[in-house]
Design a protein around this ligand. Sequence first.
Ligand code: ARG
Length: 256
Amino acid sequence: MSSSHKELTTLLLLLVAIAGHPARCAEVTRIIGGQFASPGQFPHQVSLQLRGRHHCGGSLISDTMIVTAAHCTIGQSPSQMKAVVGTTDLAAGNGQTLDIAQLIIHPQYNPQTQDFDMSLIRLSSPVKLGGAVQTIQLADADANYAADTLATISGFGAINQNLQLPNRLKFAQVQLWSRDFCNAQNIPGLTDRMVCAGHPSGQVSSCQGDSGGPLTVDGKLFGVVSWGFGCGAKGRPAMYTYVGALRSWIKQMANV
Ligand code: ARG
């Protein structure tokens, strides 16, 4: 493709994304903005790997259970997946690689709408906790939140337009949108199982490969990276599965 062609294609993709088609895991990209994490900074962060390659994020909630997005595990078999914990650099080989026993997808997950986009992953044997590997506490059921509450997202996802995976963990701060804006009137397809977060500039966002990973508020798991309109656009949030809405299901299935 000629470079002007490429530019045109990129522009078109951008326009499509901005025009309001939910980009359920495609195209424009850059965790966009933010910074690289230091070792041990996100000890609950998981890299979910599919056939040996980074596929999605996740969060460790007990020594045998991970929370991720349903769209990360749907249609997959446990034998093709592994969970890597305890590293901020996937190329360094200093993490623990864990076998997966079971993928538990939320029974109401809807792949068309991304409603109930949550999955649990049961590890084959308990992970060794300590140091750079720790569990994260879950937010309370229906945890309330004020508009513009600061939240932290982290992930090994894409950082640029070429869908380049950095292998290194990034993180960024975003703000939660209140239900006054984060609702189905303003954002078609939005449900009570979703919360919105973004950055006023549109230059800071989760992106492809961050899915399933954590959005934390006050050190607790509040959301799970789910979907967005491209990756960061002014006035556009990204959508996160609302842990508070699915808290009792997690309790029931994982006993956490
Ligand atoms: N669904 C995509 C994934 O699997 C991206 C999720 C976040 N997207 C976004 N535009 N904020 O990684």
